[in-house]
Design a protein around this ligand. Structure first.
Ligand code: UFG
Length: 327
């Protein structure tokens, strides 16, 4: 137990991780530039504003809190944006992470939990992706995350940096207590966009592509509840503290849902019509991303008990109606 430096702790997943860390007896120290995060979401420990591109600022924060571990969430994470602005993704995600890793090593903080993504696998015709699947990202976001995975491996070899890499599938849902939730500005993710459309806060949802090689023509994703996801991070910290060594884990459920199926579930959960229209494909989207998630369950003892699509949409819907951050 001790201080854990949480980069991106003011963001969607990072804020849920801070809540879980505090509940597990750790002190989460949020480091965030507030470009996509919200100061209102920092509720469970101290806050330090800063950018990962500022090495001196990172050194200052490591010296002040002397964290026992790092959880690294801070990143730009929009697939579409990464296709039009790859330089932004390489600079922010890769150079920022390199600074963070070097600062952690310099401070002697050698336990590192990293949020990577299934987007590192790329498009691999209808296979269930496990941790040994080849990584061929088809967008700059996925490529930037794969590069960071390589950085971690190199610093393990040179400096003994122990790391757990979590490759997330599609994260959804919100804290059932309503303390934190998903709020992006602008929003690009399917579930919150759909809930906005249901409430008339924005125009009809556009389905990005109906001509994919899937049963109903729309993309298939494996959705995982944000609370289950952060539970895995607590187990990952313990894994490292127990000296079990560096490891990669997928975090998904092994069940894929098409965009149309997500719409159908949303209609059932909210009992409201979902206004939608059919549109063109979005650049960089894979046809199908479904996790082989056995490793996290068998080795970490992870059990994603909130990750039914209905539960995720219900928790997101509750947050959508009651929670918000001041803009
Ligand atoms: N989609 C639509 N319309 C929208 C928004 C999304 O049809 O308005 C579709 C997308 O094409 C995709 C699915 O809904 O098929 C999910 O899209 P999201 O934007 O919610 O999520 P992504 O799959 O693009 O990206 C998310 C995370 C990434 C992660 C990736 C892996 O944002 O960080 O999952 O798939 F890498």
């Amino acid at each position: 137990m001790g201080n854990v430096l949480v980069t991106g702790g003011a963001g969607y997943i990072g804020s849920h991780a801070c809540k879980a860390l505090k509940a597990a007896g750790h002190m989460p120290v949020t480091f965030d530039n507030l470009e996509t995060g919200w100061q209102d979401a920092v509720k469970f420990g101290p806050f330090e504003q800063g950018t990962l591109l500022d090495r001196a600022r990172l050194d200052e924060v490591f010296a002040k809190y002397q964290p026992v571990a790092v959880m690294h969430f801070a990143a730009l994470s929009q697939v579409g944006e990464s296709m039009s602005m790859p330089g932004l993704y390489w600079r922010n995600n890769v150079m920022g992470s390199l600074n963070l890793v070097e600062a952690a090593v310099a401070a002697g903080c050698l336990d590192f939990v990293f949020s990577s993504t299934c987007a590192t696998y790329g498009d691999q015709d209808n296979v269930v992706l496990d941790e040994n699947s080849a990584q061929h990202p088809i967008n700059a976001y996925g490529a930037s995350k794969r590069a960071i995975e390589d950085i971690l491996r190199d610093f393990e070899a040179s400096d003994g940096l122990r790391h757990v890499i979590f490759r997330y599938f599609n994260v959804a849902g919100a804290d059932p207590d309503g303390e934190v939730g998903e709020f992006h500005q602008p929003e690009t993710h399917l579930v919150p966009l759909m809930l906005d459309a249901i409430e008339g806060k924005r125009d009809a949802l556009t389905i990005f592509g109906t001509d994919y090689d899937t049963p109903d023509g729309t993309c298939i994703r494996d959705y995982v509840h944000v609370c289950d996801l952060v539970d895995a991070h607590i187990l990952g910290l313990k894994w490292l503290a127990d000296g079990k060594g560096s490891r990669v884990f997928n975090l998904g459920t092994g069940h894929g849902f098409s965009v149309r199926e997500v719409i159908d579930h949303s209609r059932a959960v909210t009992n409201r019509a979902v206004p939608f229209k059919e549109g063109a494909r979005r650049a960089g989207d894979c046809t199908k991303l479904v996790s082989g998630s056995a490793r996290a369950e068998t080795e970490l003892g992870w059990s994603p008990h909130r990750s039914t699509l209905k539960q995720m949409i219900a928790d997101a819907w509750k947050w959508h109606q009651t929670g918000h951050y001041d803009q």
